[in-house]
Design a protein around this ligand. Structure first.
Ligand SMILES: [Zn+2]
Length: 254
């Protein structure tokens, strides 16, 4: 289906059959992990005489899953990650379609993504989401075990995003912050406009923003503007498994 939309007095279109999945599949064997966590696992659900495995004579398959959203795959988190009182992704993410910009940044020499590395990104008026692909890039990211170093954002890069009114960020690394940062979470805090150690929201908190971590952007996908469909799981949690799908956009006929 070709879907047309109006944006800032122009008509654009995207083809719903051309979605590009940016999530990492959870394989329960060798998919990505972060912070030294165990991989996601599953076991057959068994209760009474029921065995949730057709292979073992059960009437159907049914698994029990162990999964850590922050460590076991592509996930979307909200400000609830840093607060005492619960805020869930489902509370703050009310839309699923956003105008997005994909940008590639080089992390060969330094894992830090500072303002200099991204501030020249040209953004269409009204861009809501920024997707960051880091170099080097390969499908090793699907099964990486991050427990030491990974790319991260500096607070001044986040400041630039805040000035540009970016509401949602999608990155292909495990955390906006350095992996081991003594719990400072400076980039996370800057993103939601929380001060150091603030653990209750106030009027300045940017409540409705989300960060999606551990995505994977295949190398053949070109930098540019897309429609982002941010699909999230309805667990009442600060972070939930997610599947960002992007659609190339073109100028419409009208
Ligand atoms: Zn996370």
């Amino acid at each position: 289906v070709i879907l047309e939309f109006e944006h800032k007095d122009s008509t654009f279109a995207f083809d719903s059959s051309r979605g590009i999945n940016l999530s990492i599949p959870v394989t329960f064997s060798d998919s990505v992990t972060a912070f030294g966590a165990q991989a996601a696992s599953k076991i057959t659900y068994e209760v009474g005489s029921f065995v949730g495995s057709v292979n073992r004579g059960g009437s159907c398959n049914c698994d029990v899953v162990s999964y850590i959203p922050h460590c076991n795959g592509t996930h979307t988190e909200c400000v609830g990650h840093l607060l005492k009182s619960p805020v869930y992704v489902s509370d703050v993410l009310k839309n699923a379609l956003f105008l997005a910009r994909l940008v590639t940044v080089d992390c060969n020499d330094s894992m830090a993504i500072d303002q200099k590395k991204i501030a020249e990104t040209i953004l269409m008026d009204g861009v809501q989401a920024l997707i960051i692909r880091t170099l080097p890039n390969s499908n090793n990211k699907l099964s990486a075990h991050y427990d030491d170093q990974a790319p991260y954002l500096t607070p001044d890069a986040i400041q630039w995003m805040n000035e540009k009114k970016i509401q949602h960020i999608v990155v292909d690394f495990p955390s906006l912050d350095p992996m081991w940062d003594a719990g400072n979470l400076s980039a996370h805090r800057a993103f939601w406009n929380l001060t150091e150690k603030q653990n209750e929201p106030n009027a300045q908190t940017l409540m409705n923003k989300t960060a999606t971590e551990l995505a994977y952007i295949p190398q053949h996908v070109e930098d540019g503007h897309y429609i982002l469909n941010l699909q999230t799981f309805d667990f009442m949690l600060d972070a939930v498994p997610s599947k960002p799908v992007i659609y190339p956009i073109s100028k419409g006929d009208k």
